[in-house]
Design a protein around this ligand. Structure first.
Ligand code: GTP
Length: 597
């Protein structure tokens, strides 16, 4: 039975055509009609469709006939963004093969490389697939050479396709059957399955998408989730399909399927956990289970302080759906009651904030994102700091350690200078520089995560006209010479604005910060001083002049509608303001720290 199963993933850099190829494969296997293909099926969340990125892995079970023999092809989708690399690794661990999709007009990109390494670590059969050969700019032979050079992967069996026109898709499906090895689990051993994706369904509760390695999962079986130690009954089982999931009574060795346990919370079926039989459990879980760890933290506060409980409810609901967010209540003198929320990365943070605003109708202020610092105190103890305003006083600090990441950047050589300057400015240490061909270069840096957490990706794109690609992985903690900058508005420290910066940049950042704040703070009825300090020492200062006059004064009393409009606009503006003491700060001011270089 296992001989007829092929489990494979698709790995690709963003926009190289993973979703289009998946749709085309589904269509070729007759699982959907041309009409149903109308919208891209593999990306289902609203935000995913708008941004054209895959966040949650989807899967589909297909049937393909080759030489009169029917095969089950399980296509295991992977998320396409660095923030979700933990989920990528679990999807890949559930497959025996991977299609490495590379755009024939673009070539190898940073994300491609990161994912191929994960696939190689998992011993997957990799089939290089050169996509978009219909494009006039396509140069598949050059791309094949590039893959061989950078990754050292034999590309003699590379398959040239166009996911758009369908050219090469049959050949690709044949190659999957011929080259991807079938699963080889022990059918008689105790149940052993890995959860490689989970999500919340309004009707069925938390669902686990699993790959069975040994034994099988049966409807009605009592199973044990090894990470949580909890036992549940299997209520239902289905084979995954974007439009027509079909029910089954057993998911056998080597297969993938969706397990319904009637649970309310996705953290009970977290990605990476192992499902086994409750009475006859397997000895070892699959691979090492790690909880997906948040790397980036920010405060989220309702603009309207009465909405704190609503924010809590919304976060509780999101958590049912997304086990990787973590949050705890936090108070800020400036912003009142809110939450300190942990995210997998910057994109994850944006998605969560957007969902809270869109799906729950909340207006939120997000404070500048930060990383986790480890601080060794003079008394020998160590603390973790996730919020700059909680950084201990300088006198109590012995050493501060900050997280570093390994950043891989691939760029056309004309932008090399820009990138080297940019990385030096961000305290990057170059580890490698390698030409992929005569035009393109791969750079590898160790760099403090603090330096890339904010707007690095946008800056990189603008420094390279959008041509560079970038990926990163956490490596270690290193000592840093860092200080906390406090912002004072009209003499009061606005705790939500504190940031941690390298000492050598403190002066410059401080001056930039007060300048930006000055522009963002509307004139009030009185003069407002904006200062930046390290401890009690003021290092920069600007003044917002008083407005003095009534806003409607310049309307000469004549045009009454215009006057009303202006007043309404002012009221609207106020709603989005936060009162800090007597001073009203617009939402933007809390992100001023993001706007400086
Ligand atoms: P993520 O979901 O973010 O990982 O992106 P993706 O890799 O799934 O890319 P997607 O399938 O969304 O394709 C990106 C763009 O390339 C879309 O505009 C597609 O229409 C286009 N595209 C995909 N395959 C082909 C192809 O074979 N030829 C041409 N000309 N365009 C293609």
């Amino acid at each position: 039975m296992q001989n007829n199963i092929r489990n494979f993933s698709i790995i690709a850099h963003i926009d190289h055509g993973k979703s289009t190829l998946a749709d085309r494969i589904i269509q070729e296997c007759g699982a959907v009609t041309e009409r149903e293909l109308g919208t891209q099926m593999m990306d289902t969340m609203d935000i995913e469709q708008e941004r054209g990125i895959t966040i949650k892995a989807q899967s589909v079970r297909l049937t393909y006939v080759k030489d009169g023999q029917a095969y089950i092809l399980n296509l295991i989708d992977t998320p396409g963004h660095v923030d979700f690399s933990y989920e990528v690794s679990k999807s890949l661990a559930s497959s025996e093969g991977a299609l490495l999709v590379v755009d024939a007009s673009q070539g190898v990109e940073a994300q491609t490389i990161a994912n191929v390494y994960i696939a190689l670590e998992n011993d997957l059969e990799i089939i290089p697939v050169i996509n978009k050969i219909d494009l006039p700019a396509a140069d598949p032979d050059r791309v094949v050479e590039e893959i061989e050079q950078t990754i050292g992967l034999d590309c003699s069996g590379a398959i040239y396709v166009s996911a758009k026109t369908g050219v090469g898709i049959r050949e690709l499906l044949d190659a999957i059957v011929d080259r991807v090895p079938p699963p080889s689990g022990d059918e008689d051993a105790p149940t052993k399955a890995i959860i490689y994706d989970s999500w919340f369904d309004n009707y069925l509760g938390a669902l686990a998408l699993v790959r069975v390695f040994d034994g099988s999962i049966k409807k009605g079986q009592e199973v044990l989730i090894m990470g949580t130690g909890k036992k549940h009954q299997v209520l239902d089982l289905t084979y995954p399909h974007p439009i027509k999931p079909t029910k089954t009574t057993e998911i056998k060795t080597g297969e993938v399927g969706i397990v319904v346990l009637g649970l309310k919370n996705v953290s009970d079926v977290a990605v990476g956990d192992t499902i086994t039989d409750a009475k006859n459990p397997t000895k070892e879980p699959v691979g090492g289970f790690q909880e997906a760890k948040p790397f980036v933290f920010a405060g989220l506060y309702p603009i309207d302080t009465d909405k704190f409980e609503e924010l809590r409810d919304a976060l509780d609901k999101l958590k049912l759906n997304d086990a990787s967010i973590s949050y705890e209540p936090e108070t800020s003198v400036a912003l009142g009651f809110g939450f300190r929320v942990g995210f997998l990365g910057m994109l994850h943070m944006e998605v969560v904030k957007e969902r809270l605003e869109r799906e729950f109708g909340l207006d939120l202020i997000a404070t500048a994102p930060t990383v986790i610092y480890r601080v060794k105190l003079t008394d020998g103890s160590e603390v973790e700091v996730q919020n700059p305003s909680e950084m201990p006083d300088t006198g109590k600090i012995d050493k501060i350690y900050e997280p570093y990441v390994r950043a891989t950047i691939i760029t056309p050589k004309e932008f090399l200078g820009n990138i080297i300057t940019m990385m030096a400015d961000r305290r990057g240490i170059q580890e490698k520089m390698e030409y992929l061909n005569e035009d393109r270069v791969m750079l590898v840096y160790a760099v403090p995560m603090n330096e890339i957490v904010v707007d690095f990706y946008d800056k990189l794109k603008s420094a390279t006209k959008g041509y560079a690609s970038f990926d990163y992985e956490p490596i270690d903690y290193r000592e840093g010479d860092l200080v906390k900058l406090d912002v004072r508005v009209a003499g009061d420290v606005v705790d939500a604005l504190s940031i941690i910066v390298p000492r050598e940049k403190a002066q410059f950042r401080g001056r930039e910060l007060v300048k930006t704040m000055k522009e963002l703070i509307p004139r009030q009825l009185f003069e407002v001083a904006v200062q930046v300090s390290i401890g009690n020492k003021i290092i920069a200062r600007e003044t917002v002049k008083s407005m003095g006059k009534n806003v409607t004064a310049k309307c000469y009393g004549g045009d009454i509608t215009r006057k009303r409009k202006l007043l309404e606009k002012q009221k609207e503006g106020k709603k989005r303001m936060k009162a800090i003491g007597k001073v009203h700060l617009p939402q933007d001011a809390f992100l001023a720290v993001l706007k400086i270089d």
